[in-house]
Design a protein around this ligand. Sequence first.
Ligand code: BTN
Length: 223
Amino acid sequence: MRWDVHRFAEIDSTNTWLTARAGGGAPEGTVAVADLQTAGRGRLGRSWEAPPGANLLCSVLLRPDRVSHLVVACVSLAALDACRATAGIEAGLKWPNDVMVQDEKLAGVLAEVADGAVVVGIGINVGWAPPGAARLGAGVSRDDVLRHLLEGIERWYEAGWDEIARGYRSACVTLNRAVRVEMADETFTGVAADVTADGHLLVDVGVCTREVAAADVVHLRPA
Ligand code: BTN
């Protein structure tokens, strides 16, 4: 992988910038990283905010041979490696897109498909976290986190989809938990049983197992 990193002091959103470049044929390995986003975007139309220079805000353009949740898994697993290497923090993955430390969100991932490319944006709380969320720590360098993240993406990407699916399953803190699955038109509860080879969540609802491709999931606390 040849990384081509574009740095911005201020931008609307690294995902928006890179998605536009993807349409213009930007190559795999193009990266956008910003000190500040004025219109940072999260999943499901939410915003993503952080004070200037505090957190890692970056997007990576990949052109995988297969577009699936496993592309998100690849970047998420690399984020776990980066958190371990830079802060000694052992984090886990909450399905579908969150990096968690003890039930607090440490990072979020937003993947968008543009002209066959996948733009994967990640916001990692390094020096600042909103209330109720986790961060790596004030002494951690965003550049070090980025370097480990890119190295990790390269390693997982080369390891292949089967290895990524295995890695995701073993890092997924949603598995074996009671969950509420929230979709646009329906909400249901069950126990997260497994993740398929495509990265879909299998939820045991008693009478059957349901396969969920896209949703928000809430980890329920035991009564
Ligand atoms: C989420 O948890 O809702 C996903 C958050 C993704 C935020 C990152 S920050 C860098 C990139 N640019 C954006 O506008 N969003 C992603």
